[in-house]
Design a protein around this ligand. Structure first.
Ligand code: FES
Length: 581
């Protein structure tokens, strides 16, 4: 083992050594017992404000047992927790804050390696971004998907079922009593969404990147009954043992999260019908590593990878089915010829070794290559005069008849305008209308909330319409569906072309051609651009102000400009540990 970083704090003969060892005694470790052992931080995003991560408190205890068994000293610390459902205007606003907090905590304390306990959507990428920047040995472990509730005899898929039943409720097809009963079934229990939303997607991507133990991402959450809970406890103990091994071998995130690992993650994203949010997160993580990763990489690998996973919202099954079918190792084994099998992982072995022999136990869930859910991947990157720096759409959840569509725009100036008018009986909308929402991006709100899956207007619901083309500079929940174009860049609040669209302009979407255009001539757009003024912001201070001043656009991952290293020297810089506090 190389010399431990924590020795700078504890193995010294001066007054600081005494002071630091006294701290160890207070937190429960005799310095003589801890001497020479790696200090393993356990970064826990457990919080009672975040139902998805609630099981992580018990998981941390299991990780500690594993660390101690392997000869390490576990020290648990809390981080901020980003709960998608309660946090407003959007957990995405705080992803960069959580990443910064983790990076700085790892740097500032005597930590030799870290276990990253994540769960709800943004907690996973935030930890990977922070770990990439700090570059201490790290393993991630997620909370796991929650138990599945049943309503009217049907399994309830997180998010996906809610959006569907909400439309039915608004259309008058679900009564108040049933609507209230849905609430109890929807709760499920502690754990993340049981669909292929962003949490499931990012956990799978962490595993595909090599940052999580094989098979861990899909195991059901703790606390639960029986086999599933005990398997999550077991993988938590294994994670605790393995982080000590990673410190001993000095294997760090930058050796694992290589370009090959990112390409594996993009392939997996396509094959699982992953959340659109993952595109932003993967680019952000890569940016921390000075790794070139562009929207076009997603499109190219998505075109060349089949969608195999039959899971909501792309398919009809849920995460427990995926886990029972063999989870990510089985899925990756189906596409092993498309993967970089020699990529190093946190097991200390290659990806190919990790997935060798992983059996697909349910071909209805993990479709074999000969019978994919869709012949190509789930993601399309669109460009055109409406999105010069790109926009994205999940093809597996878009209506086939709308993927080549031309229709008149109906523009909502912002989210308040949308809420005020969307269900008006006078709304001038038809099934051909293209709904446009602007000023809903990273700078505009700020924080890029999940407003992009614009509700279908009541007027259309009453006609039996369940999907229309929707376009915004916003995001949508990974659990959502529909012909929804997202992340239009540059966003309207910084002068992107979405700001210039007017009611009645014809918009043309052509997914096979990967194009998105407003059919207005350039001279007219130039006239509109000349009189456009940026919307003001009420934020004069604090984190939202910092965010608006420094956030990058979605094609650059919405990280802060000052968090992406601009040179190899910046990437390699490690602040020294010196002197008194
Ligand atoms: Fe937390 Fe879906 S709301 S994982």
């Amino acid at each position: 083992m190389t010399s431990l970083r924590s020795a700078e704090w504890f193995d010294r003969d001066d007054e600081l050594g005494l002071q630091n060892r006294a701290v160890l005694r207070v937190v429960g470790w005799d310095p003589d017992l801890a001497r020479g052992k790696p200090i393993i931080g356990i970064a826990n995003s457990w919080s009672e404000l975040n139902n998805c991560n609630l099981g992580l408190r018990a998981i941390a205890d299991a990780v500690k047992r594993g660390v101690i068994a392997a000869g390490g000293v576990p020290l648990e610390f809390n981080t901020i927790s980003l709960g998608e459902e309660l946090m407003k205007p959007s957990a995405m606003l705080y992803r960069n804050l959580m990443a910064m907090e983790l990076e700085e905590t790892l740097r500032a304390y005597p930590i030799d390696g870290v276990v990253l306990l994540c769960g709800c959507d943004k907690t996973t990428p935030a930890q990977l971004m922070g770990a990439a920047s700090a570059n201490l040995p790290a393993i991630q472990l997620n909370a796991g998907p929650k138990a599945t509730g049943r309503w009217r005899g049907q399994e309830v898929g997180s998010g996906t079922s809610l959006w569907k039943y909400w439309d039915e409720y608004r259309a008058g097809r679900i009564g108040d009593e049933d609507w209230r009963a849905l609430e109890a079934a929807y709760a499920g229990g502690a754990g993340t969404c049981n669909t292929m939303g962003t949490a499931s997607t990012m956990a799978a991507i962490s595993e595909a990147l090599g940052m999580m133990l094989p098979g861990a991402s899909s195991i059901e959450a703790h606390p639960l009954r029986g086999q599933a809970a005990s398997r999550r406890i077991a993988v938590a103990e294994a994670t605790g043992r393995q982080i000590v091994e990673l410190v001993r071998r000095d294997i760090r995130p930058r050796q694992i999260m290589t370009r090959a690992a990112f390409e594996n993650a993009l392939r997996v994203h396509a094959a699982i019908g992953g959340s659109t949010n993952a595109v932003i997160h993967l680019i952000a993580i890569a940016g921390r590593l000075r790794m070139p990763l562009a929207l076009d990489d997603f499109d190219a690998l998505s075109r060349a990878t089949p969608t195999l996973l039959n899971l909501q919202p792309s398919g009809d099954r849920l995460m427990p089915d995926f886990d029972a079918a063999g989870g990510l190792p089985a899925l990756m084994n189906e596409i092993r010829d498309l993967l970089h099998l020699d990529a190093l992982t946190v097991t200390g072995r290659s990806l190919g070794e990790n997935i060798a022999g992983a059996a697909n136990r349910d071909p209805n869930v993990i479709r074999p290559r000969a019978h994919p859910l869709q012949a190509d991947g789930a993601l399309a990157v669109l460009r055109g005069n409406l999105a010069p720096r790109g926009a994205i759409l999940r093809t597996t959840t878009a209506s086939p008849h709308l993927q080549q569509h031309r229709g008149p725009a109906l523009v909502f100036e912002d989210y308040a305008d949308l809420l005020a008018r969307i269900d008006s009986p006078d709304l001038p909308v038809t099934p051909e209308t293209v709904l446009v929402l602007r000023n809903a991006g990273a700078v505009g709100v700020p924080g890029l909330p999940e407003w992009g899956s614009i509700p279908i207007p009541k007027k259309l619901l009453a006609q039996g319409v369940r999907d229309v083309v929707r376009i915004s500079d916003s995001r949508m929940s990974g659990t959502s569906y529909g012909t929804v174009v997202l992340h239009v860049a540059p966003e309207s609040a910084v002068g992107g072309p979405l700001a210039l669209v007017r009611d009645g302009d014809l918009i043309e979407l052509d997914v096979p051609a990967r194009s998105l255009n407003v059919l207005v001539d350039e001279d007219e757009l130039a006239r509109r651009r000349a009189v456009w003024r940026p919307p003001g912001s009420p934020h004069r201070r604090g984190y939202p102000r910092l965010y608006q001043q420094h956030v990058l656009q979605p094609d650059e991952g919405c990280d802060f400009d000052f968090l992406r290293p601009q040179s190899d020297e910046e990437l390699a810089f490690v602040p020294p540990v010196v002197g008194r506090s």
